[in-house]
Ligand binder design. Structure first.
Ligand code: HAM
Length: 428
């Protein structure tokens, strides 16, 4: 019989094998975030629609066509979060964090929702790790953020990552740059995509962020005639930009300037950055972020600078899997019992489960059937509770890694397994 329901388009289930990889990725991230001194902040999955509309920008794709907006039964205008930053800043103000100390380091992890066209690495529900450093305008804050960004990827096994960087300046310099782009692009109006003709009116910088082939062809044709945002920076922004580049050099973080990097959300000022991977479509970033010095003020708080990023976990896992980078699962112990030892083995299994991942039969199957499952399971250790050994207070332990098999006293089994596992950990 065909199942009656399927997961909604753009969503998917993580079955146990895949969620084990997710948990490994999350655990690595927890370690890095902890060592960088970031604290977790958890905010609701939905907020007032206005909060996102005001911060992401009325002309952004997120607001124009990607928001899961709904009315609840009390007629409130709400939306599922399309990103973390707006909600985190709302919570920052509502929780009075600003008054407590000057600089705050915050992280969040969880699902976000965007109604886009699903594809490879593009979902309508996806997960992000989001980090924010709130309260400092200093270039050192940008450098810490970008270093943390890269160190998270390194903890997952990515090597030689290059961060793409740009500065998007201030609203005034961005407007001047936008005007110049509009002048240059208007004569090509007919050839631009419908989206970009609209962008040209509302926010010309977004044409640079277009994924349409027609738009990319126009941009390529303009080539060297296209000015760069960096040429429009005021003096303070230029100084900030140079200090960020110097800081990244000092920290040993590889980076390259990408003049076309404009980011899809409106709240950015100064530094903007992204990481891409060749295995995803060229416009699909693995993660990105930047500085947002006007955001908290726009939400009614005292002027408070901030810088942050989000990493798309679904895309990161896709790349990790394609490259075989995610760590293998830990060692499993498979315990096989006989009719006469089955009852006694349950206590041993329970004890081993305090420390190890243990598989054991629950159906009173015959010895041969259990051995067959154990062979298929890929478990590293096989513990056989044979009748005679059990009577002597022993079990047989087989280590498939070394091929060794030996009798072990029941009471020293946990210590024996522990020693073998930690010997291996110290050599990897
Ligand atoms: P964003 O660039 O919009 O930034 O999203 C960050 C990451 O989320 C992307 O680089 C990508 O990996 C992932 N992502 C976005 N859309 C999808 C999708 N449809 N399917 C799968 N993954 C997706 C932000 O969200 C900002 N709030 C980041 C930030 C924090 N800026 C400052 N603080």
């Amino acid at each position: 019989m065909a199942p009656r329901h399927q997961a909604p388009r753009g969503t998917r289930d993580l079955l146990p094998e895949e969620s084990a990889r997710w948990r490994w990725v999350e655990a690595q991230a927890h370690g890095v975030l902890d060592r960088y001194g970031y604290g977790e902040i958890r905010t609701p999955m939905f907020e007032d629609y206005e909060l996102f509309a005001r911060t992401s920008g009325e002309s952004s794709d997120v607001v124009q066509k990607e928001m899961y907006r709904f009315k609840d039964l009390g007629d409130r205008d709400l939306a599922l979060r399309p990103e973390f930053t707006a909600g985190v800043m709302r919570a920052f103000l509502e929780g009075g964090l600003g008054g407590r100390s000057r600089v705050h380091r915050l992280w969040s992890m969880g699902p976000v929702f965007r109604y886009g066209r699903p594809g490879k690495g593009r979902y309508r529900q996806f997960a992000q790790i989001n980090c924010e450093l709130v309260g400092s305008p200093a270039p050192g804050a940008d450098v810490e953020m970008i270093t943390l960004f890269v160190d998270l990827y390194e903890a997952w096994g990515f090597k030689d990552l290059t961060v793409k960087l740009n500065s998007v300046g201030q609203p005034a310099s961005r407007r001047a740059y936008g005007e110049r782009l509009r002048e240059l692009l208007s004569p090509f109006g007919e050839r631009l995509s419908e989206d970009s003709r609209r962008r040209l009116e509302q926010n010309p910088l977004r044409v640079l962020d277009s994924k349409s082939e027609a738009d990319l062809a126009v941009l390529a044709e303009l080539g060297a005639r296209l000015p760069h945002m960096l040429d429009f920076l005021d003096e303070a922004d230029r100084e900030h930009w140079n200090a960020v580049l110097a800081g990244l050099d000092a920290a040993g973080v590889m980076h390259e300037v990408d003049h076309g990097l404009v980011r899809g959300l409106d709240y950015y000022t100064r530094t903007a950055f992204e990481v891409h991977d060749a295995s995803l479509a060229s416009q699909s970033a693995l993660g990105g972020g930047g500085r947002y010095d006007g955001l908290i003020e726009a939400l009614g708080g005292a002027p408070t600078p901030g810088v942050g990023f989000a990493i798309g976990l679904d895309r990161t896992l896709l790349v990790l899997q394609e490259r075989g980078l995610a760590a293998a699962a830990g060692d499993t112990v498979c315990v096989v019992a006989m009719d006469a030892t089955r009852a006694g083995v349950t206590a041993l299994v329970r004890e081993l489960r305090r420390r190890f991942r243990v598989e054991a039969d629950v159906e009173a199957r015959a010895f041969n059937a259990q051995m067959k499952s154990a062979g298929k399971s890929g478990a590293r250790f096989l513990v056989i509770a044979g009748e005679e050994e059990w009577a002597r207070g022993e079990v047989a332990l087989k280590d498939s890694k070394t091929g060794e098999q030996k009798a072990v006293r029941r009471e020293s089994l946990a210590a024996e397994l522990e020693a073998r596992v930690s010997r291996q950990e110290s050599t990897t």
